[in-house]
Design a protein around this ligand. Structure first.
Ligand SMILES: [Zn+2]
Length: 130
C-alpha cells in the first residue's frame, strides 16, 4: 500500500489538506505535514529579524490564553495520531521491501517480537515474527 497525503492535516495548524483539497501539503520524513499557508507564514517570520527575535525568545504556548491552549489540544492529538498512522505505513513499506522484523526491531531498539507485536497486527502482516 502506497503512502499518500490523502486525509492528512497540517502538523502545524491542523488544517486538512492534501489531495482532494485546495491546500497542498508538504511532508517530511518524520511524518510531519506542513501546509503552504504555514510555509508562507514561517517564511515571513524567518526573513524578518524582529519577528525572529521574538520567536527565539518565546514559545507560543507561553502567551496563549487558556481557551487557546484548550483549542490546541485536539490538534496535538490529531497530529500525534497522524504520525502513528504514518509510522505504521512506514513499517508496512519496509515489510513490502522484505525488511525483516528482526531488522525493524533492531532499528527501534526492541526485539523482533516486540516490533511484530506493535506493528504486524495492524498492517495485516499476521505472519510469523520472522
Ligand atoms: Zn498549516
Amino acid at each position: 500500500m502506497a503512502i499518500t497525503r490523502a486525509g492528512k492535516i497540517c502538523s502545524f495548524c491542523g488544517t486538512p489538506g492534501g489531495p482532494g483539497t485546495d491546500l497542498p501539503l508538504i511532508g517530511g520524513l518524520g511524518g510531519g505535514q506542513v501546509c503552504v499557508n504555514c510555509v508562507d507564514e514561517f517564511h515571513a517570520v524567518a526573513h524578518d529579524e524582529e519577528q525572529m527575535a521574538v520567536a527565539r525568545r518565546a514559545v507560543p504556548w507561553e502567551t496563549m490564553s487558556d481557551e487557546e491552549a484548550l483549542a490546541t489540544l485536539p490538534v496535538i492529538l490529531a497530529v500525534a495520531e497522524q504520525n502513528m498512522v504514518f509510522a505504521q505505513e512506514w513499517v508496512d513499506l519496509l515489510r513490502e521491501r522484505r525488511v525483516s522484523w528482526a531488522e525493524i526491531g533492531r532499528t527501534l531498539g526492541v526485539s523482533r517480537q516486540a516490533a511484530w507485536e506493535r506493528f504486524a497486527r495492524k498492517s495485516g502482516d499476521a505472519g510469523s515474527a520472522v
